[in-house]
Design a protein around this ligand. Structure first.
Ligand code: SF4
Ligand code: SF4
Length: 444
């Protein structure tokens, strides 16, 4: 029987409409904008000035603390300014704007297709190269990868899990990476294993990607790699760290704990690919892979895009927006964020542009809770969402904390399951932010 996590979860239709579309390159043109704070932690500090000429892969902003990440030019050209630029929500944030001129790469980057299989450097050098290349977790959190590879004193990674579930409906960029860069993904996985000195490594892939499972299994046997490929039963939100660890090694991350508390480090499959590029090819993180999709999208596309490209340019290259589009989402339909500024530049973690039509956005009318407990059944954390929203509506923060609202992963399973169409996630998100704020101020 295929493995999966033990509590809650839902089975939305996966709508992987773009799964057969090979990754295509979007050539850089016009201007791009690189946000200084596009990762978890402190924003990077610019090391270039207006008027400077830069090449692709050149450092333009330096990490400003332990939890921070370097940023590199994704295009060659002239720095047009360091100024506020509106993000997908319309909030202005400092960014380095570069006018594209040609496509000249830093000479140390190996841009050939030759695969570099030999791993000749030690774990500390791997981590240094990952930090220098500005790698962040590409599963969405944008946590600097080198920090995750340096567990706190007293903690050790007994297992590394590569998250190749891509459990959100519609998204297919990770799937394409596995099919088109399978060897690179496996070498990146071995580099992460070495960096962590982890005795075991697993790659967890949902069974709706049988071609990727087959290919990776064949290559592991061919090269005799010490990697275990684990097919998983399709179920959302299997890509959540806690759910994936439960599914693969059967360990439970404690409330407010980290995976390393149970001896596990989780990295995304796309991150493993960028680790290969950074360590074996000296290529910093300046490109990302993005799915452009939707039931009524003009084309189903997977694209390799330079970081900082305007969303509108990507859409244009994917055939434009159909007239029926009512909402554009960055990410998947369950956990993605609505885009209100279509000209916003992408970031290192932008993985999808989902076009949702008018008829799909219509919310069904809300009715009273019928105490069916479907939300409880669906919650992968074991919370009681119907109770949490009652307490959230009354600002009962002590009770919310006692009922572990802080452990909610905002997966939306409760909302999806509710026959009364109560906007559970809206209430839960707001109240959770408040509870976390209270907890943080208490710690201080
Ligand atoms: S959003 Fe939170 S409360 Fe709702 S199912 Fe997911 S984890 Fe549970
Ligand atoms: S699923 Fe909806 S209707 Fe059912 S108990 Fe939960 S909140 Fe109430």
């Amino acid at each position: 029987m295929l493995k999966t996590f033990s509590i809650g979860g839902i089975h939305p239709s996966d709508n992987k409409l773009s799964a057969q579309s090979a990754l295509m390159q979007l050539p850089p043109e016009g201007t791009i904008a690189l946000f200084l704070g596009q990762h978890a932690g402190a924003p990077a500090e610019p090391v270039v000035n207006k008027g400077d000429k830069v090449k692709v892969g050149q450092l333009v902003a330096k990490a400003s603390g332990f939890i921070s990440a370097n940023i590199h030019a994704s295009v060659s050209g002239t720095v047009a300014g360091i100024e506020p630029v509106a993000d997908i929500s319309g909030f202005k944030k400092p960014a380095i704007v570069i006018q594209v001129e040609g496509d000249e790469w830093m000479p140390e980057i190996d841009s050939s297709k030759d695969i570099v299989r030999d791993i000749t450097i030690d774990s500390q050098t791997i981590i240094k190269k990952i930090a220098a290349a500005g790698l962040v977790g590409l599963g969405g959190a944008a946590f600097p990868t080198h920090v995750k590879l340096s567990p706190p004193p007293g903690k050790k990674a007994e297992a590394l899990i590569i998250n190749a579930t891509e459990c959100e409906p519609y998204l297919t960029a990770d799937h394409r990476v596995m099919l088109e860069y399978a060897e690179e993904v496996l070498i990146g996985t071995l580099l992460l294993k070495k960096a962590l000195n982890a005795p075991k490594v697993y790659i967890g892939i949902e069974d709706n990607k049988p071609d990727a499972i087959k290919l990776l299994k064949e290559l592991v046997v061919k090269y005799n790699y010490d990697i275990i490929i684990v097919p998983l039963k399709k179920r959302y939100p299997q890509g959540g760290e806690k759910q994936l660890i439960d599914a693969i090694v059967g360990r439970q991350v404690p409330s407010m704990g980290l995976p390393v508390d149970v001896g596990v480090v989780v990295q995304n499959v796309n991150t493993a690919f960028t680790v290969y590029e950074a360590v074996q090819k000296n290529k910093p993180l300046f490109e990302h892979r993005v799915t452009i999709t939707g039931k009524e999208a003009k084309q189903q596309v997977n694209m390799i895009v330079r970081v900082g490209t305007a969303t509108s340019k990507i859409l244009e290259a994917a055939g434009g927006m159909p007239e029926s589009t009512a909402k554009i989402v960055c990410g998947g339909p369950m956990m993605g964020k609505a885009i209100s500024n279509i000209d916003a530049p992408t970031t290192k973690v932008s993985s999808s542009i989902l076009l949702i039509s008018e008829k799909e956005t219509k919310r069904k009318p809300e009715s009273n809770c019928i105490r069916c407990a479907k939300c409880v059944e669906a919650c992968p954390i074991g919370l009681e969402p119907y109770l949490l929203i009652k307490q959230a509506q009354r600002n009962m923060y002590d009770e919310l904390e006692a009922n572990r609202l802080q452990d909610c992963i905002e997966c939306g399973c409760c909302l999806y399951s509710c026959p009364a169409h109560i906007p559970l996630l809206d209430y839960i998100r707001l109240a959770r932010a408040e509870v976390l704020k209270i907890m943080r101020s208490r710690q201080k």
